[in-house]
Write a protein that binds this ligand. Structure first.
Ligand SMILES: Cc1cc2nc3c(=O)[nH]c(=O)nc-3n(C[C@H](O)[C@H](O)[C@H](O)COP(=O)(O)OP(=O)(O)OC[C@H]3O[C@@H](n4cnc5c(N)ncnc54)[C@H](O)[C@@H]3O)c2cc1C
Length: 225
């Protein structure tokens, strides 16, 4: 299968956390996605055009631009580090739209670090439709400075926005890893939907915890980052 490529210009690029870039680009014509989906992105220059990695749309489908929220790993010296050099009017190459996570109904979203990106689009979309309801977001990060869009999530979800920090003790924020005990305050046998996105070790641990809490497998939607 040949992958269709779309060349788009960057309209704006800025940090939204110390290691997260928000990149806004043009939107190709007839390029549609549902909240939670992603595409492979490469940088349109001779050295980098063939190195495409997956990133999630954090805009909503009605927007006439595309937005991405990209965690940068300078130490990998790879694609995300290279993105630090990008400016307005530079070009990216986008590929096909794909993705495993989509909204199926009210429930609990559990994210680790950049794993929150599918939930950004889903929650913004629900807010736009006035359907945020009683959805809960549990967001695990290392430190408070790592929490992306903390203010927006607080505004969207109020008390249903739950943070947990593994590497920092800060007043008002639970400290540690997500455990079964932590989860059971938010997830019960009657929870209809649980959405989990984060690094593979976290996903494995949480799937086990959910099973111990008698959440049925069919209620769980996952995507590994
Ligand atoms: C469906 C999907 C959607 C995604 N959406 C997003 C998103 O919206 N936002 C986001 O920030 N991320 C997202 N990710 C994750 C994102 O794709 C990766 O974090 C990113 O591509 C990593 O790029 P890199 O800079 O490490 O570059 P790469 O060029 O991939 O890696 C450079 C080098 O680093 C090495 N390396 C890789 N991992 C490690 C590691 N853990 N430790 C040490 N060295 C390592 C590699 O071997 C390689 O040689 C998504 C992932 C998936 C699967």
């Amino acid at each position: 299968m040949t992958m269709k490529q779309h060349i788009v210009k960057i309209l704006s690029i800025k940090h939204i956390a110390h290691d997260v870039l928000q990149v806004i680009t043009e939107k190709p014509e007839n390029y549609n996605f549902t909240p939670g989906q992603a595409t492979h992105i490469a940088i349109n220059n001779p050295d980098w055009k063939d190195k495409a990695n997956p990133f999630t749309f954090t805009s909503i489908p009605e927007d006439d631009f595309l937005e991405f929220s990209i965690k940068i790993y300078p130490e990998h010296k790879g694609l995300t580090n290279e993105m630090l050099k990008l400016h307005k009017a530079d070009e990216l190459i986008l590929h096909n739209v794909f993705g495993a996570i989509s909204y199926k109904g009210e429930g609990v979203f559990i994210a680790g670090g950049a794993g929150v990106t599918p939930f950004i689009s889903i929650l913004r979309d629900l807010h736009k439709k006035n359907e945020i309801g009683n959805n809960i977001l549990i967001f695990a990060n290392k430190k408070k400075v790592d929490i992306m869009l903390e203010k927006e999530f607080t505004d969207l979800l109020g008390e249903n926005f739950i943070n947990i920090l593994s590497d920092e003790k800060t007043e008002g924020y639970p400290n540690g890893q997500i455990t079964e005990d932590f989860l059971k305050a938010y997830v019960t046998e009657t929870t209809k939907h649980v959405y989990v996105c984060g690094p593979p070790p976290m996903m494995e641990a949480i799937e086990k915890q959910l099973s111990n809490l008698h959440v049925s497998k069919t209620a769980i939607t996952v995507e590994a980052f």
